[in-house]
Design a protein around this ligand. Structure first.
Ligand code: ATP
Length: 577
C-alpha cells in the first residue's frame, strides 16, 4: 500500500464503527430485496396449488407479516445508510477540509505566488466533495450491487440455468454500452462546467469593470462577447443532453429487450414443461432487481475516477512541505531592541533566472527611521519582506539584535514586526474586528486608543454604526486613506519593535496623505522603521535614506547630503519632482 492509499484509509479510522454499521445495513437492505421475490415464488409455486384455501390464506397472511417485518427492517436500514452514511462522508470531508485549510496557513508566499486562488478554493470544496462521495457511496454501492447481482444469479441458477444464462448474457453488453455512453456524457458535462466557468469569469470581469465599459461606451462589444460565450454554453449543453438521451433511452431499450427475451424464452420453456409460471414470474421480478445494481456499478466507475482524481489533487497540495519553518532549537524573540543587520544578502525569486539584488550590507540601529528608495522594480518591497521571513534569503544573513532570523521562532519573529502593506487588506467584518486583528485580546478601549493614535477615530465615529460598522468585503466601503489608517491602527495595537511601511503607490489626496503621514510618524516613534518610498516627496525629512540598486546599497545619507552628491538619488528626485 503506498502512502497515498494509506492516507486515504486513515480518514476512515475515526469512523470505523459507523462505517461497519453502514456496511452491515447496506448488506441487510440488499439481502431483503432478494428475499421478496422468493416469497412470491413460494406463494405461487407451493402455497396456492398445494394448500386448501383456508390454510393458504393463513400462510399468505403470515408471509405478509414477514414481508411487512422485512419492509420495516429495510426502512430502518435505508434510513441509517442514507442519513448516517452521508454524515460519515460529511465528517470525513470536515476532517479533510480542516487539514487542508491548516496546511494552507502553513505554506509560504512562494507557494501562493504560483497559485490561482479560485483553484485552491475548488480543492477545498468541489474536490473534497468528490472524495467523500466516493468514501461513502463507493463501498456501499459495491456491497449492495455485489450481493444483489450474485444473489440473483445463484437463485435464478437454481430455478433454471438456461434462462439464467440468457439474462446474464445481456448484462455485460448492457454494462459496456452504458460505460461507453457514460464516458461521452461525462466529457460533455465536464465541458459544460468549463463553459459555465468561462461565463462566470466573463460576467465577473464585466461587472467589476462596468465603469470602464460605460466610460468607453463599449456595451455593444461586451454584449457581443457575452453572446459568443453563451452560444458555446448552449451548444455544449446540446451535446450533453444528446448523450443523456442516448444513455437513458438506450438503457430503457436494453431492459425491454431483456424482458422480451425472458418472456419469450420463458414461454418456450413453459411450453416444453421445463419451467412453470411461478418460475417465469420469479425471473421477471429479479430482472427489475438487477437493473438498479448494474446502474449503481456504472455510476461507481465514474465516482471512483472523480474521487481518486480529487484525492490526488488534495494530496498534491498536502504533500508540499512548507519551506519556511522553525529551525531546530529556534529561540523565542522577546521584546527585541530592534537593531537590524543585513550581511551580504542576495535574493532570487523561485523559478526566476536572475537575482533581484545582491551584496546588501546594512546596519540599522534600534529606533532608527529609515527610508528605502530606488527605481521601480529594484526590490525595495522584496528586501523588506525578507525581514519577517516572508521569503528566505538566497545567500547572506539578516540579524535582529545580533540573532540570525533563521534561529528565531517564526511566530515570535513576526509578532515583533509590524507591516503596513501597500495594498491594505481588510477582512469582511466590522471596523473593531479589523483593528483587533492586531491583538486579539485587546479591549474596546485599547482598540479606540489605537484608532485615535492612527487618526482614524474621528472618521470611524462618523460611520453609521461607529466601531461596529460593517465595512464590506476588503473594506470596499472605505476610502484608500481610511483603509491605510485602519491598518496603521491595527499595528499600533500590535505594538511591535520593528515596523515596515510600504507606502501606497496610488497617490492619496494631499489631505489624506498628510493625515496618514502624521499617524505613521507617531507609530514610528521608538521603533526601528523601514519606509519603502515609492514617491520621494514624502521622505524628505528622513534622517537616513538608503538607495537600493540591484548590486547593493549604493548611497546613504540625508536628503540634502544625497542631493549634493549628485548621484542616483538626485537623478531619481529630479525625475519625480
Ligand atoms: N512574487 C514574485 N515572484 C517573482 N518575481 C517577483 C515577485 N514579486 C516581485 N517580483 C519581481 O522582483 C522585482 C522587485 O520587485 P519589488 O516589488 O520588490 O520592487 P519595488 O522596488 O518595491 O518596486 P516598486 O517601487 O515599483 O513597487 C521586480 O522585478 C518584480 O517583477
Amino acid at each position: 500500500m503506498n502512502n497515498r492509499t494509506k492516507k486515504f484509509f486513515s480518514f476512515y479510522k475515526p469512523y470505523m464503527g459507523l462505517f461497519l454499521l453502514d456496511m452491515f445495513c447496506a448488506f441487510i437492505v440488499a439481502g431483503i430485496t432478494l428475499v421478496n421475490p422468493l416469497i412470491i415464488r413460494y406463494i405461487t409455486n407451493t402455497v396456492l396449488p398445494d394448500y386448501n384455501s383456508n390454510d393458504a390464506v393463513t400462510i399468505i397472511a403470515r408471509l405478509g407479516l414477514i414481508m411487512l417485518g422485512l419492509a420495516v427492517i429495510q426502512f430502518v436500514c435505508n434510513y441509517f445508510v442514507t442519513y448516517k452514511g452521508h454524515m460519515m462522508g460529511a465528517y470525513m470531508e470536515y476532517d479533510m477540509r480542516n487539514e487542508l485549510f491548516e496546511h494552507y496557513q502553513k505554506l509560504s508566499f512562494n507557494f501562493y505566488d504560483n497559485q490561482k486562488t479560485g483553484q485552491l478554493m475548488s480543492r477545498i470544496t468541489n474536490d473534497l466533495f468528490d472524495i467523500t462521495e466516493l468514501c461513502h457511496h463507493g463501498p456501499e454501492d459495491v456491497v449492495i450491487s455485489f450481493i444483489k447481482i450474485t444473489g440473483a444469479f445463484v437463485i435464478l441458477l437454481n430455478v433454471n440455468p438456461w434462462l439464467t444464462l440468457v439474462v446474464f448474457a445481456f448484462i455485460p453488453i448492457m454494462v459496456l454500452f452504458a460505460m461507453f455512453i457514460r464516458k461521452k456524457m461525462h466529457a460533455a458535462f465536464k465541458r459544460n462546467r468549463e463553459r459555465v466557468a468561462e461565463i462566470n469569469a466573463q460576467v465577473e470581469d464585466n461587472l467589476s469593470g462596468i465603469r470602464v465599459v460605460k466610460s468607453f461606451a463599449n456595451e455593444e462589444l461586451e454584449i457581443e462577447h457575452f453572446k459568443m460565450g453563451n452560444d458555446r454554453f448552449v451548444n455544449s449543453k446540446r451535446s450533453s443532453y444528446l448523450n443523456m438521451a442516448n444513455f437513458h433511452a438506450g438503457l430503457g431499450f436494453f431492459i425491454s429487450l431483456l424482458n422480451i427475451a425472458v418472456i419469450i424464452g420463458g414461454a418456450a420453456f413453459i411450453s416444453k414443461d421445463t419451467i412453470n409460471m411461478a418460475d417465469l414470474i420469479t425471473f421477471l421480478l429479479y430482472i427489475n432487481n438487477l437493473i438498479e445494481p448494474v446502474q449503481k456499478l456504472i455510476n461507481f466507475t465514474e465516482q471512483f475516477q472523480n474521487g481518486i482524481t480529487g484525492f490526488n489533487r488534495f494530496m498534491d497540495i498536502l504533500e508540499i512541505e512548507p519551506d519556511i519553518i522553525d529551525s531546530k532549537g529556534a529561540i523565542e524573540l522577546v521584546n527585541p531592541k530592534g537593531d537590524i543587520e543585513f550581511s551580504d544578502v542576495a535574493f532570487k525569486y523561485q523559478d526566476t533566472i536572475n537575482e533581484v539584488f545582491r551584496n546588501i550590507n546594512l546596519k540599522v540601529k534600534a529606533g532608527e527611521y529609515m527610508a528605502l528608495v530606488g527605481s521601480s522594480g529594484v526590490g525595495k518591497t522584496t528586501m523588506c519582506s525578507l525581514i519577517p521571513r516572508f521569503y528566505e534569503t538566497t545567500s547572506g544573513e539578516i540579524k535582529i539584535d545580533g540573532i540570525n532570523i533563521r534561529d528565531i521562532q517564526l511566530k515570535s519573529l513576526r509578532k515583533n514586526i509590524g507591516v503596513v502593506q501597500q495594498d491594505v487588506y481588510l477582512f469582511a467584518g466590522t471596523v473593531i474586528d479589523n483593528i483587533r486583528y492586531g491583538k486579539l485580546e485587546a479591549t474596546r478601549e485599547q482598540v479606540i486608543e489605537a484608532a485615535k493614535n492612527a487618526n482614524a477615530h474621528d472618521f470611524i465615529m462618523e460611520l453609521p454604526d461607529g466601531y461596529d460598522t460593517y465595512i464590506g468585503q476588503r473594506g470596499i466601503k472605505l476610502s484608500g486613506g481610511q483603509k491605510q489608517r485602519l491598518s496603521i491602527a491595527r499595528v499600533f495595537l500590535k505594538d511591535p519593535s520593528i515596523l515596515i511601511f510600504d507606502e501606497a503607490t496610488s497617490a492619496l489626496d494631499n489631505e489624506s496623505e498628510k493625515i496618514v503621514q502624521e499617524s505613521l510618524e507617531k507609530l514610528a516613534k521608538n521603533r526601528t522603521t523601514f519606509v519603502i518610498a515609492h514617491r520621494l516627496t514624502t521622505i524628505r525629512n528622513a534622517k537616513h535614506i538608503i538607495v537600493l540598486t540591484e548590486d547593493g546599497i549604493k548611497e546613504q545619507g540625508t536628503h540634502e547630503e544625497l542631493l549634493k552628491k549628485g548621484g542616483i538619488y538626485s537623478k531619481l528626485y529630479t525625475m519625480t519632482k
